[in-house]
Design a protein around this ligand. Structure first.
Ligand code: ADP
Length: 168
């Protein structure tokens, strides 16, 4: 699996799947979640509502998939990151689950390229360096037959520098 880092708006990335740092309601929110729903249009929210009607809310660490509406991607994989509360072990495991479950879902959909935002490092306040280490390690450890490229899409310079260093 080829791993890339870029500083960009994830809604502009033409990958097979982009990942959304959603909240457990799946009904949209701020940050990257708001940006994805705004740029992708109402199809994404409609499918999120159908998922909620089927299974209820999405638990932290889990992932679900919708179409990508107007985005230049095929799928949006919505995963719910942990809110940082200082419990490093528990939060780290949940963040690892986000990356693992998103990759597993992508794998089952035959996705070749997948783009991740820096899950939980915005409104959810997960320490960026630790989040980056977990993201890179989980992707590196994932065994895949289909996924050829993983793109870490950083939105701020601090994350970009952290990821560049981790992947050096
Ligand atoms: P969380 O609630 O999981 O912390 P946020 O959306 O607040 O989710 O932040 C997650 C990360 O996404 C942060 O690093 C934030 O800077 C970044 N981000 C915000 N908007 C975008 C965007 N349009 N594209 C890519 N990343 C974004």
């Amino acid at each position: 699996m080829n791993i890339e880092v870029i500083k960009a708006d994830i809604t502009k990335i033409p990958a097979d799947a982009i990942v959304n740092a959603a909240n457990s309601s799946l009904l949209g929110g701020g940050g990257v979640d708001g940006a994805i729903h705004r740029a992708g249009g109402k199809q994404i929210l409609e499918e999120c509502i159908q998922i909620r009607n089927r299974q209820g809310k999405c638990n932290t660490g889990e992932a679900v998939v919708t179409a990508a509406g107007n985005l230049p991607a095929k799928y949006v994989i919505h995963t719910v990151g942990p809110v940082w509360n200082g419990d490093e072990d528990k939060s780290s495991k949940l963040l690892e689950d986000c990356y693992k479950n998103s990759l597993q879902l992508a794998e089952s959909l035959g996705v070749k390229t997948i783009a991740f935002p820096n899950i939980s490092t915005g409104i959810y306040k997960f320490p960026k360096e630790l989040a980056g280490r977990i993201a890179v390690e989980t992707v590196r450890n994932f065994q895949s037959d289909n996924i050829e490229k993983v793109i870490f899409v950083c939105f701020d310079e601090e994350n970009e520098m952290i990821y560049k260093k981790l992947l050096d």
